[in-house]
Ligand binder design. Structure first.
Ligand SMILES: [Zn+2]
Length: 472
């Protein structure tokens, strides 16, 4: 597989390129969707091709093709050549093979077993009288990647990832409510999905969808909030992950999704959050969705602090961007979602470190006289500089005198990124820390979709503005 890729790099070198790399990808996907007591859809795809990226007279050029032979490789290299002004961080040549953990290849599991898992879950959710629709899906992806560059790197990865969500829709008088459970999304195989767990979660999700119908409307005002790990994962993604992508800070994403308030003068001194807030980037995290051995600049996965004890430390970078902040080496965040896509800086696996002192969720809530508890992800919005935002929750409870009380609906928390993270006064210890996957992170123009893992333990924020998303 490496021969034609090396031929592409040799041709680029001969043409006078400072750097070139070539990637071949084989992407296999399968999606199984259930609706109530039947399978609604099942699809599978197998997509292969290669891309060549060249750094020629200071500019990037990129071209790709699904046809993989010597003649087409020469055509693609010729197409990629153009001129401009890029500074490229040095990197050692690397020989590496990375394989994600996969005990049970999901492509070898029968469709019957997959349908059984989903439909059995739907059946449990539909036992609730007001649940009128129950759905679920399983999505499996296997990406095999071969990478070479003109520096002599020769890399291969084989990554299998699994994703699943089940959800129930309860219908009441003039109202309907949805409650879901996101099974762990990770770089693992079918072994990470156990039927017993799906059934337990289906029972809970079905009952809570029904309960949401009679939830009272959220109050408005300033209250303490507690977030579960899934809810906070999305807030981490949007208010920290995207805000600290260095290409975005440098204006490369302005035309698509905006810039960032985390300007370069803030590095090493900006109070991003309270001293309880340490946000770790880790592309070596076991089973993490962004753990792929190496990035598409040929840089191995790394672990570093984005925020340490509240203070902003550094960004997610690729080799093209490291020099803008005086760093000698890339953090290895450059990824492309397809053989026809050019690598761009992507959010790494990024999580809030658990508290150092022993603290359980009950103890965390015990110190809230009146507040709101947010679980799961719901709609959100954030401005183009990643500063002002609002987030909902898939289920929200009132906290009264240190205890979780009744469910609320239409609750949203609104804040500004540094105000929010500086209002964090406690997070539970490592026993309560959980990872959550973001599977549909869109970035770039044309848009690319990436996956990464976030995580947190239940966490408390003091005096956050709460508003209602709707009035009935
Ligand atoms: Zn995103």
């Amino acid at each position: 597989m490496f021969d034609l890729l090396n031929q592409a790099c040799d041709a680029a070198k001969k043409a006078g390129c400072q750097f070139a790399d070539a990637r071949y990808l084989a992407i296999r996907k399968q999606r199984v969707l259930s609706r109530d007591l039947a399978l609604a859809n099942c699809s599978e795809s197998d997509d292969r091709g290669f891309g060549v990226r060249v750094l020629y007279r200071g500019a990037w050029g990129f071209a790709s093709s699904p046809t993989y032979n010597a003649e087409e490789v020469a055509n693609v290299v010729a197409l990629a050549l153009r001129e401009g002004g890029v500074k490229w961080a040095p990197e050692e040549a690397l020989k590496l093979t990375f394989k994600s953990k996969c005990d049970q290849n999901p492509f070898n599991v029968s469709l019957e077993d997959k349908a059984d898992l989903l439909i059995a879950s739907n059946e449990v959710m539909l036992k609730n009288k007001s649940v009128k629709r129950a759905q679920g899906y399983l999505l499996f992806k296997k990406v095999q990647r071969w990478y070479v560059n003109t520096e002599g790197s020769e890399l291969h990865s084989d990554v299998t990832s699994s994703e699943s969500v089940i959800w129930a829709i309860a219908v009441g008088k003039d109202d309907f409510q949805e409650r879901n459970w996101q099974a762990p999304s990770s770089n693992q195989g079918f072994e990470s999905y156990k039927k017993e767990e799906f059934l337990v979660q289906a029972e809970r999700v079905g009952a809570q969808a029904e309960e949401k119908l009679s939830a009272k409307l959220s109050p408005e005002g300033e209250f303490d909030i507690v977030t579960d790990s899934e809810n906070l994962s999305l807030t981490i993604h949007e208010s920290v992950g995207h805000a600290t992508e260095l290409d975005r800070v440098m204006g490369y994403e302005v035309s698509m999704a905006g810039s960032s308030f985390v300007t370069r003068d803030k590095k090493g001194r900006f109070q991003y959050g309270s001293d309880k807030v340490t946000l770790m980037a880790d592309n070596t995290l076991e089973n993490g969705l962004a753990t792929q051995g190496f990035d598409d600049d040929g840089v191995p996965g790394q672990r570093w602090e984005i925020v340490k004890d509240g203070v902003f430390q550094s960004y997610g970078t690729g080799r093209e961007f490291a020099h803008y902040i005086g760093e000698e080496r890339s953090r290895g965040c450059s990824r492309a979602d397809h053989w026809s896509s050019i690598p761009i800086v992507r959010i790494p696996n990024l999580f809030l470190m658990p508290g150092k002192e022993p603290l359980s969720p009950d103890e965390l809530i015990d110190d809230v006289k009146y507040g709101l508890y947010f679980e799961g992800m719901d709609s959100f919005s954030i401005d183009q500089r990643r500063l002002n935002f609002q987030f909902g929750g898939n289920a929200v409870w009132e906290i009264k005198n240190g205890k979780k009380a009744g469910m609320l609906k239409a609750a949203l928390y609104q804040s500004c990124t540094p105000t929010f993270w500086n209002a964090c006064d406690a997070t539970c210890d490592e026993n309560y820390w959980q990872p959550h996957g973001v599977m549909q992170c869109g970035k770039g123009d044309p848009m690319q979709i990436a996956q990464m893992t976030h995580g947190a333990a239940p966490t408390r924020f003091r005096k956050i503005r709460i508003c209602r998303g709707r009035e009935s």
